[in-house]
Ligand binder design. Structure first.
Ligand SMILES: Cc1cc2nc3c(=O)[nH]c(=O)nc-3n(C[C@H](O)[C@H](O)[C@H](O)COP(=O)(O)O)c2cc1C
Length: 209
């Protein structure tokens, strides 16, 4: 197990995989850790639809149809042995905040009462924890957008309409030990320095790096 700093610094989005399956129990271990992320009212209102092995074709056939596949830049992404689809459940939050200990908040009346979509925030925190847990296990992962075919995908997988899809996560062993080998274009952008992000005492003009 790596030190926290090492895990955070080593994690890179992985876009090329070996097709080796995930060892038994590993996904459950990652999800157990991911679910330790904070969640409003400890609602834990997230779900993962998981496609493994040959089943991952069900995802790719819809979101990256064979016609467009030949020109796809990240061919090794299709070798990932698992695709995870994280969903946030707004209804779970409305229900939870309708319980007696939360009723005074008024948030149990419906999603429109919420100042921010806590279901998206919480699911994102769990996804980030999962990405770090994967790194800690020597796995690679990529969080990416589902830009095409969401409706068809949901229908094919029988996902209830009230759940909100965050994106997709590929998961598996990286094709190469070089973590930068499948870096996207954006990864070369410089990291912002803490002094560009911190505004002590109130808003201040962003300082140079
Ligand atoms: C919300 C979100 C959406 C992203 N969508 C994509 C995507 O559709 N395709 C992709 O290749 N990478 C995607 N990325 C990965 C980013 O490009 C990547 O995290 C960023 O360039 C920094 O690289 P690193 O995570 O390897 O440090 C996404 C990341 C996030 C957080």
């Amino acid at each position: 197990m790596g030190a926290f700093v090492d895990v955070v610094m080593a994690r890179r989005m992985t876009r090329s995989y070996r097709s080796d399956p995930l060892p038994d129990g590993l996904l459950e271990r990652l999800v157990g850790l991911a679910n330790r992320a904070p969640s409003a009212g400890k609602t834990q209102g997230w779900h993962l639809v998981v496609l493994e092995g040959a089943d991952t074709a069900r995802f790719w056939d819809i979101t990256l149809p064979p016609m467009r596949r030949g020109t796809f830049k990240w061919q090794g992404l299709l070798d990932a042995p698992a695709i995870l689809l994280p969903f946030a459940d707004p209804k779970a939050y409305v229900d939870r905040y309708g319980e007696p200990d939360k009723a005074a908040t008024g948030l149990g009346s419906g999603v429109d009462a919420w100042p921010a979509p806590y279901w998206t925030i919480d699911a994102s925190m769990s996804v980030m924890t999962l990405l770090l847990a994967a790194e800690d296990e020597g796995l690679g992962a990529l969080f990416f957008g589902v830009f095409k075919g969401e409706r068809e995908l949901r229908r094919a997988l029988g996902v209830p309409p009230h759940l909100e899809l965050l994106g997709a996560i590929s998961l598996g062993y990286p094709a190469t030990a070089d973590r930068a080998a499948s870096a996207g274009r954006s990864a070369a952008r410089p990291s912002r320095a803490p002094q560009q992000i911190i505004h002590r005492g109130g808003w201040t003009p962003t300082r140079p790096a």
